[in-house]
Design a protein around this ligand. Structure first.
Ligand code: PLP
Length: 314
């Protein structure tokens, strides 16, 4: 073989922070084959460096706090989360050399504790019987005892959360669809993704159809999503934004999550299955359109859950 090899011009990131965002849209043709005038795309947020959509919010929250002078050299960043946001904070805190303390119930998996400690986070292990509420109470107690020492990140009430999606996720969707997006579907956790993307898309196209997705009961198995009626309502949530708010059962979300893995090669978390369920119901009702939804994280985070083997999971 002869000839010269011209390598593609790849940008060299300065740090892991530059790897956040810019995720691809994956086209899900087979799910909407019944109507060729409907296109369905999922934003592959599991490809962020911390493995989830929460990298965007965590980066924005910490950047905003640093620029506002709320994180000094001796400040300890504090929150109560062992989920995707905790991982995102830990990754970013490592890259910025910030100190991070996370209050987490002692029964979180060994893998999760190792991951957070590998990033250098300090863990305050709380009573498993008190669940995440116990972890939140401990974080609030620590903050109240020494307010000057900590920056309490509070993603549920921090505008930098939804702004991350207004500033990055939504413009990416507009660019990746050449501005053709007509419908947007996303699950509600803190609501940052839905509110931020929804507000930006509505500014661009006032007739955009926005669909928010919730679990259909308070006791559900859709990690990352909130049953708003019974949960503590996030301060950043704007319930007037959605044209439709739909409920999805845990079983249906799990079925579609398994189907995404075995038929599309997309190993994603259950909240992606919930987003897909709502998107498919929408696709079946509209004559034409370009639907974009969000797949927030990877299925590798939940492999010990029994639903992957459906005959045992029920
Ligand atoms: C797996 C998963 N899906 C969905 C969401 C919802 O995202 P948001 O908090 O932006 O509403 C989260 C948030 O933590 C999550 O972890």
């Amino acid at each position: 073989m002869s000839g010269t090899f011209t390598p593609p011009r790849l940008q060299v990131p300065a740090s892991v922070l530059d790897l956040i965002g810019g995720t691809p849209l994956v086209r899900l043709d087979r799910f909407v084959a019944a109507n060729p005038r409907v296109e369905l795309y999922a934003k592959a947020e599991f490809l962020n460096p911390g493995g989830s959509v929460k990298d965007r919010a965590a980066a924005a929250i910490l950047r905003d706090a640093a620029q506002g002078g709320r994180i000094g050299r001796d400040t300890v960043i504090l929150d109560a989360t062992s989920g995707n946001t905790g991982i995102a904070y830990a990754m970013i805190a490592a890259a910025y050399r910030y100190r991070l303390k996370l209050c987490v119930p002692d029964n979180v998996t060994v893998e999760r504790k190792r991951m957070l400690r590998a990033y250098g986070a300090e863990l305050v292990l709380t009573d498993p019987m008190e669940g995440t509420d116990g972890a939140i109470r401990e974080a609030r107690r620590l903050h109240a005892a020494e307010p000057g020492r900590y920056f309490y990140a509070d993603q549920y009430n921090n505008d930098a959360n939804w702004r991350a999606h207004y500033d990055t996720t939504a413009p990416e969707i507009l660019e990746q669809t050449d501005g053709r997006v007509t419908h947007f579907v996303a699950g509600l956790g803190t609501s940052g993704t839905f509110v931020g993307v929804g507000r930006r898309l509505r500014e661009y196209r006032s007739k955009i159809h926005l669909v928010s997705v919730q679990p259909d009961s308070p006791l559900h198995g859709i990690e990352g999503l909130k049953h708003m009626e019974t949960a503590i309502r996030p301060g950043i949530y704007d319930s007037d934004l959605a044209d439709e708010d739909v409920s999805v059962s845990t079983e249906r979300a799990q079925d579609l999550t398994r189907q995404l893995a075995s038929e599309e090669g997309l190993l994603v978390g259950v909240s992606s299955g919930a987003a897909l369920a709502a998107s498919l119901d929408l696709a079946a009702r509209i004559p034409e359109g370009v639907i974009v939804t969000v797949f927030p994280d990877s299925g590798t985070r939940y492999l010990s859950e029994r639903f992957w083997e459906p005959e045992q999971g029920r």
